[in-house]
Design a protein around this ligand. Structure first.
Ligand SMILES: NC(=O)c1ccc[n+]([C@@H]2O[C@H](COP(=O)([O-])OP(=O)(O)OC[C@H]3O[C@@H](n4cnc5c(N)ncnc54)[C@H](OP(=O)(O)O)[C@@H]3O)[C@@H](O)[C@H]2O)c1
Length: 370
């Protein structure tokens, strides 16, 4: 069954899918809430605030290229919130491309972002479509800060720190474990350099006297976005969860992978990693509380003689993700993207625009030169 709505949300039954649905309603966008299990989507969407006034229908389609291409026919935008993207991204992106729809997703997996840049980007560009992975918290929000930093002439080096409070969801945990099999990169003098597995940093928290443990988190999306930006030579992005207990578990899991799992065949590695992710997170976290689940996105920029920093104090990492997806879809329904092919959120939709949207919902506030 092809859709009569211009936006298809694939993965609507998940934690993030629900939030995207909530913000699509805020933007009065009619959408098809899709996924592999209709009953689960119905159950999940029933909990979305204000859903009775949303204009949507529900469609069931398995994670298969033919079924998804058929589903996406007639849509202008596909919002993909099914991870791990290293496993499922190709299927959904190819179906969107074949159906002639723009593609945006919520990934935080660097290997998938590189895959979009190298493989899918040129194919989307040929059709005047855009492919925007990481239209989500941890990435788009800190990219906004980075773009403001880069307005200072001479800045060529970006250090990015992202910290959030909250419980990662089932698929977020699976995504994190999935990328352990892949190398993680930062950018040095325009070239990818590999992070040593197990690298960690003790970082000051801008608003606290405490410090936090931050990790390269699989490399993050920023080194990929800025690789071809002539202004930028060096990018190091690190981050994680505010909870030291959780970060210690993540670090221990990384060390366990390097010592005990990496020597095994790839398929076996994958099975073990996914079962470890299952053991760490198996339930649906509660809806975020904006007084508790705060976020920090800090970017420090440096040139030979210049420096600039931008801090975004925010709240609700997953709420921000829901809003960002809706803002991207809204833009694409009304205007062409600022860039076709592979694009970062700010390249596709503009950092002022994305900042304005998040600020107007009370989700981020900017401080400069802290
Ligand atoms: N970068 C960020 O800050 C950020 C923020 C939010 C989300 N994300 C990413 O977005 C993804 C989704 O996160 P989430 O919070 O929504 O997780 P979630 O609550 O676990 O939901 C996962 C969704 O994916 C669907 N799915 C999983 N495997 C599937 C398959 N084989 N075929 C079809 N559908 C499948 C699930 O459908 P069922 O209900 O049928 O299982 C569900 O709708 C994750 O990869 C996460 O890392 C990233």
């Amino acid at each position: 069954m092809s859709t009569t709505n211009e936006v298809v949300l694939y993965g609507a039954s998940g934690y993030t899918g629900r939030l995207v649905a909530e913000f699509l309603r805020e933007y009065s966008i009619s959408f098809t809430a899709a996924g592999r299990d209709k009953a689960r989507i119905e159950q999940s969407l029933a909990t979305v605030p204000g859903i009775d006034t949303a204009d949507y229908d529900i469609a069931e389609a398995p994670m298969e290229k033919a079924a998804l291409t058929e589903l996406f026919k007639g849509a202008k935008v596909v919002c993909n919130v099914t991870g791990p993207f290293v496993d499922y991204g190709d299927i959904v992106a190819e179906a969107a491309l074949d159906a002639g729809a723009h593609y945006i997703d919520t990934t935080g997996e660097q290997p998938w972002v590189i895959r979009c840049q190298e493989h899918w980007g040129p194919l989307f560009a040929e059709k005047n479509l855009v492919c925007v992975p990481s239209m989500s918290y941890m990435y788009a929000t800190s990219e906004i800060a980075a773009q403001y930093v880069l307005e200072t002439p001479g800045i060529d080096t970006l250090d990015v720190l992202v910290l959030f409070k909250g419980i990662p969801t089932y698929a977020s945990t699976q995504s994190f474990f999935s990328v352990l099999q892949h190398d993680a990169f930062y950018l040095q003098q325009g070239k990818y350099e590999k992070w040593q597995p197990g690298t960690s940093f003790e970082v000051p928290i801008p608003s606290e006297v405490m410090t936090a443990l931050a990790l390269p988190w699989g490399g993050m999306s920023h080194p990929v976005w800025f690789k071809d930006d002539h202004r930028v030579s060096n990018v190091r992005a690190i981050g994680g969860n505010h909870s030291r207990e959780l970060m210690n578990m993540v670090l221990a899991a990384t060390e366990d992978f390097e010592q005990n799992i990496r020597p095994l065949p790839q398929d076996e590695q994958k099975t073990i990693l996914l079962s470890k992710a299952d053991a760490m997170q198996s339930g649906m976290p509660p809806r975020e509380n904006r007084r508790i689940h705060r976020t920090i996105d800090l970017v420090r920029g440096r040139g030979n003689l210049s420096q600039k920093s931008v801090l975004l104090n925010g709240t609700g990492a997953y709420l921000q993700t829901g809003l960002l997806q809706a803002v991207g879809a809204f833009h694409l329904l009304h205007n062409a993207p600022f860039k076709t092919g592979f694009a970062s959120p700010c390249q596709a939709f503009g950092h002022n625009e994305l900042f304005g949207a998040l600020e107007s919902y009370g989700l981020i506030k900017m401080e400069e030169n802290i």
